[in-house]
Write a protein of this length. Structure first.
Length: 330
């Protein structure tokens, strides 16, 4: 009796490095990377964020060091978060003309004219209570918050922001911000909506970095419940209707299913945000010798792109740009 011949041999296409690269299904390059950056009010500040080793808060006069290193690495886009010296109930430092993030935009555009500057629009870094909007009792008042988000978005655009990225999760904010930007003459400023943003424990280190943990309660009345899939599609569809130009899914690593579904159901570019907790876990596990940092960072990135991300927002942007350039991934 003759033995059955093995016909299908998937291993054939894995037998050589050049061949593996040729048949690779997911391609990526440095132009798709966005680096999130914390800018703190003050002078001559460069302080390391304890829960995010290797990440720093910079005052506007010192952030050039990092922007220079990023552009040398080929990262051309930065998402700015401001940390004001004083916080109040209505987050007034978020829309002050000389607010910290406004200073950062003006300076970045002056010193690095080719850098693409994105403004995170939210109130939690600016409010004394740490919630993402205006309070009414212990609840965040959705519609009252909208007019503040409009003021913040316009003030960031006036300071030089190239794109506006609302992360507050209020209903109707994309439409409200679009109409305010248009009325102020910023018809060409795109909006990247944090559409499917989940109430996530992966944001822990960010709140440490931005000193923005809520003073009471949590964000579950405005950020999404992570058990929900169809609701993420509902949020994305609403933002498309309201005029969003790009859609974001956040966090990234544990949410690949939703990156894929949003990609398949909408026609807008999709961004995935690999958040602070993802960074902190990779750093801590690598420091303990449990995983190899470069390997897991490349794998996390490639998997987000494979899931459908067109843009990848990550604290590892500089390192990833290097890995992409030398062909380690991409
Ligand atoms: C502001 C905002 C947060 C993040 C991005 N924008 C924090 C939060 O919602 O609590 C998280 C980013 C990260 O963890 O890296 N609302």
């Amino acid at each position: 009796m003759t033995e059955r011949k093995q016909v299908a041999r998937p291993r054939r296409l894995r037998s050589n490095t050049a061949l593996r690269k040729m048949v690779r299904e997911t391609r990526m390059d440095r132009s798709s990377l966005i680096y999130p950056m914390f800018v703190v009010e003050g002078e001559n500040i460069r302080e390391e964020i304890p829960s995010m080793p290797g990440q720093f808060r910079y005052s506007p006069d010192r952030m050039g060091e990092q922007l220079e290193a990023l552009s040398n690495a080929g990262v051309s886009s930065v998402l700015f978060f401001g940390i004001p010296a004083r916080k109040d109930a209505s987050g007034s430092a978020a829309y002050a003309q000389d607010g910290v993030v406004q200073q950062a935009f003006a300076r970045a555009k002056r010193e690095f004219p080719h850098l693409y500057c994105i403004g995170d629009v939210c109130m939690c870094e600016y409010t004394s209570h740490g919630h993402c909007g205006i309070l009414c009792g212990e609840d965040v008042d959705n519609d009252k918050t909208l007019s503040y988000l409009q003021k913040i978005a316009v003030s960031q655009a006036q300071a030089g922001a190239d794109m506006i990225a609302p992360s507050d999760m209020m209903d109707g904010r994309v439409e409200a911000i679009r109409s305010a930007l248009d009325a102020a003459g910023f018809v060409h400023t795109p909006i990247m909506a944090y559409s499917a943003k989940f109430a996530s424990s992966f944001y822990g280190p960010f709140r440490d970095a931005a000193k923005s943990a809520p003073a009471f309660g949590d964000r579950k009345t405005y950020q999404m419940d992570y058990h929900n899939r169809r609701e993420a599609l509902k949020e994305a569809e609403l933002d498309v209707t309201e005029g969003a130009d790009l859609i974001m899914v956040k966090p990234a690593m544990a949410y690949g299913d939703l990156i894929r579904e949003v990609k398949d159901r909408t026609c807008l570019p999709v961004a995935a945000y690999s958040v602070s907790g993802e960074y902190a876990m990779a750093k801590a596990a690598a420091a303990a010798g449990y995983v190899e940092e470069e390997g897991v960072v490349c794998e996390m990135a490639a998997c987000a792109y494979r899931a459908g991300a067109d843009l990848y927002i990550t604290y590892y942007a500089k390192e990833l740009a290097g890995y992409m350039e030398c062909g380690r991934i991409g």
